[in-house]
Design a protein around this ligand. Structure first.
Ligand SMILES: Nc1ncnc2c1ncn2[C@@H]1O[C@H](COP(=O)(O)OP(=O)(O)OP(=O)(O)O)[C@@H](O)[C@H]1O
Length: 540
């Protein structure tokens, strides 16, 4: 996909209108140059109409250029907004394992840096279009003065632009690598922000991080950026200078080989000098266009632009279920080292029934969270099937399947308002009271206080959102791990039974063996396989 196709797709009508208006303004500018030339050449200097024609041409240029720029500004901004929205949509539609392997630093780099680079190029597009129109009409005017001279000028300008583009191509090599390096810098900056406590607590670690990790990554990126920008700067200056070389040839060489009147020569010089400014704006914009093209390639390389965006469909109906079954389900992670095998989970056979409480237990790294991600449809099984009411879930129905679950994961994110939930102030107040966080929720606006919360309070707020969501199955990943003893009691003795009272199921990953009595069934995972399956009242 290229930048112009992106713009045309945004609105071909606005694109056409701006080109037509820009073309009109170019012609009016040509009329201005003609009038100036006539006034200087003396042939019509006596005409009393000339000042009025000049004023009229000025007014036409003003109106057409302003209109064209207004349309193009809106067009470029809406194209950038559309690109950002589409990217967000694609990110939301992309499978979680792919997003995890891309990594948050690269996704953020793309959403902020790459979309920003594209927006910057697009927002200068209006003035560049107007400049291009002025340039084209200027060349037209040159041709009206002398065709051989115009041909010679076009050849000179083409040589200048071709050598400029060769410079751009050379610079690209460094700029593309600088863009790759920027991902590494964003990764390290993210590590600094999230690891600030660990860095502050140990000065040596802090110095090591700054001088051995962050600075080398940043220096490598900047060196490449400087090289690329230097080459671009040189090429830009050469592109501009080629025009002056053209003027020099025109004044000093051309009259020796071709007969040319002083008026024609003056008209030529005047026009070429006038054209330096639009040419400069086009050449100055090409580096931004270049960065935008690199960013667009980067977005394509992430694989986020390949499939048409599929917006999530909204289903409000609580369909419920009679059984959810994982049948011979397995999943393997790719190892970053090719010679090592990644963690393998499965084959797993597991059933979740309405109204039951299922605990998933096991040691660290035994695969509990991976199993929860498979169960909730965040990961698609690599083999085996997920069945709801004996119907197999395929790729097309996976999105709907995920809507069966309210989840609270260990590293879950809390939005600062209630999203995707019908407001029910009474229910909100009820759960907030039960969870002891009524002061953390603004009942009037449904707003949630998401900062200045302890980790335990953060988890309680996440639980509140899950409870309000009221899907058929609740999945909690070590929710109680950060709760005080009083709240552990409330969770296992009050909340869990309350949640299952109207036929909803609770699947909880837990290490709290004191509360195993609260489960109907307990599944124990060892090295990615189910080792024990205990039922209420039955010893392991
Ligand atoms: N995105 C990933 N890519 C590669 N390997 C992963 C990924 N996520 C988890 N793993 C690996 O899979 C294994 C199981 O991880 P998982 O998070 O499911 O364990 P867990 O039982 O929930 O552990 P804990 O009790 O510590 O939370 C671990 O060895 C982990 O290193």
């Amino acid at each position: 996909m290229n930048l112009f196709f992106l713009m045309l797709r945004s609105s071909w009508k606005a694109s056409l209108a701006s080109v037509v208006l820009g073309g009109g303004s170019g012609l009016a500018t040509l009329a201005l140059i003609t009038l100036i030339h006539r006034a200087f050449s003396g042939e019509a200097s006596q005409s009393s109409l000339l000042p009025f024609l000049f004023a009229a041409a000025c007014a036409v240029v003003l109106v057409l250029q302003v209109l064209s720029k207004c349309i193009l500004t809106r067009l470029s901004q809406s194209t950038a907004a559309r690109l950002q929205f589409e990217l967000c949509n694609r990110i939301m539609a992309a499978p979680l394992p792919e997003l995890e392997s891309v990594g948050p630093h690269r996704l953020l780099g793309t959403l902020q840096g790459d979309v920003g680079a594209i927006t910057a190029a697009l927002s200068n597009f209006p003035s560049v279009c107007a400049s291009a129109m002025v340039l084209v009409s200027g060349v037209g005017y040159l041709a009206s003065l002398s065709v051989p001279l115009a041909c010679c000028t076009v050849i000179m300008a083409s040589l200048g632009i071709a050598s400029y583009l060769a410079g751009v191509h050379w610079a690209n090599h460094h700029l593309r690598r600088a863009r790759e390096d920027r991902d590494e810098v964003s990764k390290q900056l993210q590590a600094m922000v999230f690891g600030i406590k660990e860095l502050k607590a140990n000065n040596r670690r802090c110095v090591d991080f700054m001088y051995d990790v962050l600075l080398p990554a940043d220096t490598a990126m900047r060196e490449r950026l400087i090289k690329g920008t230097d080459i671009l700067g040189g090429a830009h200056t050469w592109g501009r200078l080629s025009l002056f070389i053209g003027i020099g040839l025109l004044i000093f060489v051309w009259p020796r080989i071709w007969t040319v009147t002083p008026e024609t020569l003056m008209g030529y010089t005047l026009t070429i000098l006038y054209l330096t400014s639009p040419l400069d704006s086009i050449l100055g914009w090409l580096p931004a266009l270049n960065s935008a093209a690199i960013s667009l390639n980067k977005i394509n390389a992430l694989g986020l632009m390949i499939d048409p965006a599929k917006s999530p469909s909204v289903t409000t109906e609580d369909t419920g279920f009679r059984s959810i079954a994982l049948r011979d389900v397995s999943y393997s992670y790719h190892s970053p080292n090719d010679d090592e095998e990644g963690f393998h989970l499965g084959p797993i056979d597991l059933q979740v029934l309405p109204g039951e409480v299922l605990f998933i237990v096991g040691g660290n790294g035994s695969g509990k969270t991976t199993l929860a991600k498979l169960l909730t449809g965040l990961y698609a099984p690599q083999s085996g099937d997920i069945l709801v009411d004996r119907q197999t879930i395929d790729t097309a129905s996976m999105g709907d399947y995920r809507q069966l679950f309210s989840t609270v994961f260990v590293e879950g994110h809390l939005f600062d308002r209630l999203l995707g939930i019908d407001e029910n102030p009474l229910l909100l107040k009820h759960w907030a009271n039960l969870l002891g966080i009524d002061d953390k929720v603004n009942f009037e606006t449904g707003r949630l206080t998401t900062h200045k919360l302890s980790r335990g309070q953060h988890k309680r707020l996440a639980m509140l959102v899950a409870c309000l969501d009221q899907r058929p199955v609740f999945v909690f990943d070590e929710w109680a791990a950060e709760q005080d003893p009083t709240f552990k009691e409330i969770f296992y003795r009050e909340i869990v039974p309350k949640l299952t009272r109207d036929g909803r199921a609770v699947v909880a990953i837990t290490h709290d063996d004191r509360y195993f009595f609260a489960a109907d069934r307990i599944v124990e995972l060892v090295d990615g396989r189910i080792d024990h399956l205990r039922k209420r009242g039955v010893a392991a």
